[in-house]
Design a protein. Structure first.
Length: 168
């Protein structure tokens, strides 16, 4: 593996994925009065397991893109990775701020905080990668540009209506 192919943005995404792996599986997400609670990312489906999967997937996609195992022309991978990491960060933010579904006396553990920081790191890397691929924040607000990016850049193919049948 040629590590010189990795850019800073790639390292941020992969580093966020590795920290997610550690924080989500091996560190406690909850602690009760100073003691570890034993909960992990997969004990919280929407605000734990889903962000964990999204962040690991972003890291795997990034490695596959750098190694040339994924064709970057078939899908807008920088946009997909950015969307996944942003969604993961928002779901983890909900978990960290509100800590829903947890009784009083139980607080956030190191694993939850580490995974949230990992999501922020991966999101920063995904944003840098998105910008390096030519994307702009203003493009994210234009639904037609988003559709065109998934249609391979051909805006004629991005309409909601299928083409008319051939004349007989």
């Amino acid at each position: 593996m040629d590590f010189s192919k990795f850019k800073t943005s790639d390292w941020l995404i992969v580093g966020g994925g590795v920290l997610t792996l550690i924080g989500g599986l091996f560190l406690d997400w909850l602690k009760a009065d100073g003691f570890g609670g034993g909960a992990h990312a997969f004990d919280f489906t929407l605000t734990g397991a889903l962000p964990w999967i999204l962040l690991i997937a972003a890291a795997v996609i990034t490695v596959l893109l750098v190694l040339g195992k994924l064709d970057s022309k078939t899908q807008p991978w920088p946009l997909i990775v950015l969307g996944g990491t942003v969604l993961a960060a928002l779901l983890l933010l909900i978990r960290v701020i509100f800590n829903p579904g947890v009784p009083d006396g139980i607080s956030r553990g190191l694993g939850m905080l580490a995974t949230f920081v990992a999501a922020l790191i991966a999101t920063a890397g995904a944003f840098l990668s998105f910008q390096a691929s030519g994307g702009k924040l203003s493009d994210l607000a234009d639904i037609n540009k988003l559709k065109a990016s998934f249609a391979g850049g051909n805006e004629a193919d991005s309409g909601d209506m299928p083409p008319p049948p051939p004349a007989q």
